[in-house]
Each structure stands twice: as structure tokens, then as C-alpha cells.
Design a protein around this ligand. Structure first.
Ligand code: R1P
Ligand code: URA
Length: 291
């Protein structure tokens, strides 16, 4: 069996994986990811019991229980590059034997649920509402460093998106669907749609401060995209990377967003933290009843 070298899977003196700094027994199999390290405690304050807490760089992890359900919450920081680190390390924690440095024979599928903030691309998805992402569509290129497979629907959406937006002039868009098994619990009280994942908050999301844009039509082309019932609901900076890596590694992933900006009506939430708190409470109650 192939062993994975010390330079490829880096395990520290504590027996913990390099960036996330957790040992295999320190994470649960249902994991909430949040961008903001300060949001970890906003999730774990609702746990009935916290059994593990750590932090390393932007990666903060708390593991505990909601009722009888063991849950971890981990911060990823911002962006797809951080998701590359967190998803690979969470997968290694359950699917690679740290003693022998070999891939386990019996693989574990994690439930990975992102609770984040996002910008709406449709007028009828207002600030302070919630979106469950049917798909993550990446214009950030991360998944193009991996070999992966798409289903027929993903291929059709990818091709239609490229034809509609012409973004293949600057990037190679990729798309992956959410876990249907998890998504079915997050319907009531949620808008749904394709979430576009961008490699930045300003230019890559069509914001102009001082620098001009190479793609001034970006927001309009995302808002008007349609294939059958599929439309783009929102954009942010992690979902497609989570769906791409998570699905390819055999995990069940869902991304939930509190809308803090509406780029069509040009509004920004008056209290984004309150919207995020509501989304946290709703998500934990669904996990407690259904997972
Ligand atoms: C940008 O402000 C950040 O907010 C969104 C984006 O995806 C990006 O990470 O998510 P979080 O609120 O989870 O960080
Ligand atoms: N996060 C983003 O990435 N974009 C927004 O507009 C709001 C939150």
C-alpha cells in the first residue's frame, strides 16, 4: 500500500494535521464551516457541551454536542484557497490512517455545512434572507488543479454558463451540486439557487472602488443566467470549492448563506450579525432534529 510522505501530509508533534491542528478524534462527523473565526463561538455557544477547542492561524475548531449529536464547527477564513486546506485536512482526519500514513480501506463521509454571508444577485432575494445553494459554480479555478467528474446536469450547466457569460476568456468555470440528502432538510425558510464562488470580494464580484473592471458586465450576466429552472441566486467566496472538493472526496456538503448585500437593489443589511445568528439557530435546530 502507498504511504503518504511526511512532506505531503504534515502531522505535527501533537499528532494533529498541519493547519487545522486537530487530531482525528477531535472532530465530529458533522462539521459546520464558517468563514469568520469569531463566528465559531457564536455557533458553539448553542452547544449543550463543548469537549474540544483550539485555534491555529484562522482555523478555530470547537467540538461538542447538541443533544446527542456530536458536531464540530471550524473556521476556514476567506476564500477557495483556504477551503483547499480545510477540506483536504478534514478528509485526511477521517480517511487517512495517521500511524501508517495510508488511505483507510473503509472511508467515512462527513456532513459539511457552511454557514456564511453572501451577496444576492436577484432583486427578490432580499437582505437578511437565507439561501441554500443547489450548486456551487466556481470562477476561481481551484478545482482545475484536480481531476474530477461531473454528472450530466453539472456539465449542461457549466456549458450554458460559459456560453452565456464568456467568462472562459479569463477563467475555467466549474460546477458541483449540493448533497440532495442534506439539502432536503433546508427548504422551508430558504431561497435556493446556484451560488457563484469568486476569487475576491471587489473586482471578482463587480465592485468598483478605484480600479476599473475587466468584466464590467459581470453582475448582469450572472443575474440573467437561466437554464430550465436554474438561476444564479448569490455569490460569495467558498461554496463551489467546498462542493467540488467535498463531493469529489465523497462527503455530503451544503452551503447556507445569510444575505447581507443585495447587488441589484444596492442595499446592505442593517444588522448582518442578527441575520447570521438566526441562520445559526435555524441550522442547529435542523441538525438536531434530522441528522
Ligand atoms: C467576504 O466578506 C466573506 O464573507 C463570505 C464570503 O464567502 C467571504 O468569506 O462568507 P463568510 O461570512 O462565511 O466569511
Ligand atoms: N460576502 C461576499 O463574498 N460578498 C458579499 O457581497 C457579501 C458577503
Amino acid at each position: 500500500m502507498n504511504t503518504i510522505a511526511a512532506s505531503e501530509l504534515i502531522i505535527n508533534n501533537r499528532g494533529a494535521v498541519y493547519h487545522v491542528n486537530c487530531r482525528p478524534e477531535e472532530i465530529a462527523h458533522t462539521i459546520i464551516t464558517v468563514g469568520d473565526p469569531d463566528r465559531v463561538k457564536e455557533v458553539s455557544k448553542h452547544f449543550d457541551r463543548i469537549e474540544f477547542q483550539n485555534n491555529h492561524r484562522e482555523f478555530v475548531t470547537h467540538t461538542g454536542y447538541i443533544g446527542t449529536k456530536r458536531v464540530s464547527v471550524t473556521s476556514t477564513g476567506i476564500g477557495p484557497d483556504n477551503i483547499d486546506i480545510v477540506l483536504n485536512e478534514l478528509d485526511a482526519l477521517v480517511n487517512i490512517d495517521f500511524e501508517t500514513r495510508t488511505i483507510k480501506e473503509n472511508l467515512t463521509s462527513l456532513n459539511i455545512i457552511r454557514i456564511g454571508t453572501s451577496g444576492s444577485l436577484q432583486k427578490e432575494i432580499p437582505v437578511d434572507s437565507f439561501v441554500a445553494s443547489t450548486h456551487g459554480l466556481g470562477i476561481d479555478n481551484l478545482m482545475n488543479f484536480y481531476r474530477f467528474q461531473n454528472n450530466d446536469e453539472e456539465i449542461q450547466l457549466q456549458q450554458a454558463f460559459v456560453q452565456h457569460t464568456n467568462l472562459d476568456a479569463i477563467t475555467n468555470p466549474y460546477i458541483f451540486g449540493a448533497s440532495a440528502a442534506i439539502m432536503k432538510h433546508f427548504v422551508e425558510g430558504f431561497h435556493s439557487g446556484i451560488t457563484v464562488t469568486c476569487p475576491g470580494f471587489y473586482g471578482p464580484q463587480g465592485r468598483v472602488l478605484r480600479l476599473g473592471l475587466s468584466q464590467p458586465q459581470l453582475i448582469d450576466s450572472l443575474t440573467t443566467f437561466q437554464l430550465g429552472n436554474h438561476r444564479i441566486s448569490n455569490f460569495e467566496m467558498e461554496t463551489a470549492a467546498i462542493y467540488g472538493l467535498g463531493k469529489s472526496l465523497g462527503h455530503h456538503c451544503l452551503s447556507l448563506s445569510a444575505i447581507v448585500a443585495n447587488r441589484i437593489s444596492k442595499e446592505f443589511s442593517k444588522d448582518g450579525n442578527a441575520a447570521v445568528e438566526q441562520l445559526i439557530q435555524k441550522t442547529l435546530s435542523i441538525i438536531e432534529s434530522n441528522f
